[in-house]
Design a protein around this ligand. Structure first.
Ligand code: ADE
Length: 234
């Protein structure tokens, strides 16, 4: 057992899906996995292990924001030997050509989080996706005919912001969408020499103000999950 995860050694698979919402983790486990066991209920941050097409896969809620995901990713890698971590989440669209319901594969993550400033003594670190996971997810998304984008995203500490000058500047630099966790995931994956990828569906839009209905979110979520699971088992 680690500080925030009640699993025993061996309870968690080498490959894990990471939704922010623990109830999403439960839904994913119940909908897509067979022979499911729940290994964590600490703080309601549910974690499950099961099989997908015969391969062992886990799914763990991470909560929102870099401090929360960093706790779970640290413990998953250091205490449970997890090697492949795939975040499945939502983001706000930041380009005209990126539409709600599209899928974004996060190649890299900008941030306003100060976490890496502390770690790297004021210098910048460029957190990037695992090329192998990115390539595999991209190929699977193309096969499925998804409206998919690959590129830079923004991991922000603020969901609500008064001053939009930063997001406007990042839009000029081609950043595709905003979420709140990937910078920490990619930095920790680099630190420990493991593989990480973030796959996002666009749930709302900073430029157009578009939002998705819960039914639309469900359809896009299904497409993203199929790409994530197929990537996880290859
Ligand atoms: N996740 C989904 N939409 C978001 C937004 N607009 N900002 C930050 N995180 C998000």
């Amino acid at each position: 057992m680690s500080v925030h995860i009640a699993a025993k050694a061996g309870d968690i698979a080498e490959t894990i899906l990471l939704p922010g919402d623990p109830l999403r983790a439960k839904f994913i486990a119940e909908t897509y996995l067979s022979d499911v066991t729940c290994y964590n209920e600490v703080r309601g941050m549910l974690g499950f292990t099961g099989t997908y097409q015969g391969k062992r896969v886990s799914v763990q809620g991470t909560g929102m924001g870099t401090p929360s995901i960093a706790i779970y990713v640290n413990e998953l890698i250091r205490e449970y030997g997890v090697k492949n971590l795939i975040r499945v989440g939502t983001c706000g669209g930041m380009q005209e050509h990126v539409h709600v319901r599209d899928v974004i594969l996060a190649q890299a993550a900008c941030t306003d989080s100060s976490m890496n400033r502390h770690v790297f003594g004021g210098y910048d670190f460029a957190p990037i996706a695992s090329f192998e996971l990115l390539k595999s997810a991209y190929e699977r998304g193309v096969e499925k005919g998804l409206n998919m984008h690959v590129g830079n995203i923004f991991s922000s500490d603020m969901f609500y912001r008064d001053d939009t000058s930063v997001t406007q500047l990042l839009m000029k630099y081609g950043v595709l969408g905003v979420e709140m966790e990937t910078t920490a995931l990619y930095t920790l994956a680099a630190k420990y020499g493991v593989n990480a990828l973030t796959i996002l569906t666009v749930s709302d839009h900073l430029l157009t103000g578009e939002e998705t209905t819960s039914e639309e979110r469900q359809t896009t979520f299904k497409e993203m999950m199929e790409v994530a699971l197929d990537t996880a088992i290859h």
